[in-house]
Design a protein around this ligand. Structure first.
Ligand code: HEC
Length: 88
């Protein structure tokens, strides 16, 4: 009997964890889809749809150029622009 109760409890926790993992993952997936759309409409003209820069001086994201910085710095770069060539 005790054995059965353990099985029920474990199954419940397992289901709860699966549900939780589902909600945790759902949001970033939606953000990624939105981010992709924004990137395609605004950023891809210079950085390319595949992340390969279209202009000589544009860093190539496909080679991680320009991305080896902490998130706060990258956030500022995208918000404020860089060196008058990357627009805010
Ligand atoms: C008009 C062309 C242009 C557009 C549009 C553009 N970028 Fe850039 N981006 C550049 C150039 C040029 C650089 C390199 C700037 C430099 O180092 O002088 C750059 C650099 C970057 C960097 C590296 C930042 C750093 O600190 O070196 C990131 C990240 C970036 N762009 C993201 C984006 C995102 C995200 C968008 C869309 C929201 C975007 N760019 C739109 C031209 C552009």
């Amino acid at each position: 009997m005790e054995h059965d109760l353990n099985a029920v409890w474990l199954a419940r926790v397992g289901l709860a964890m699966l549900a939780f993992a589902g909600t945790v993952r759902a949001a970033p997936a939606a953000d990624a889809v939105r981010g992709r759309a924004i990137y395609a409409s605004i950023c891809s003209s210079c950085h390319g749809l595949d992340g390969i820069g279209n202009l000589e001086y544009v860093p190539s994201f496909s080679k991680c150029e320009g991305l080896n910085k902490d998130s706060a710095t990258l956030h500022t770069s995208v918000r404020d622009g860089v060196g008058g060539r990357m627009p805010p």
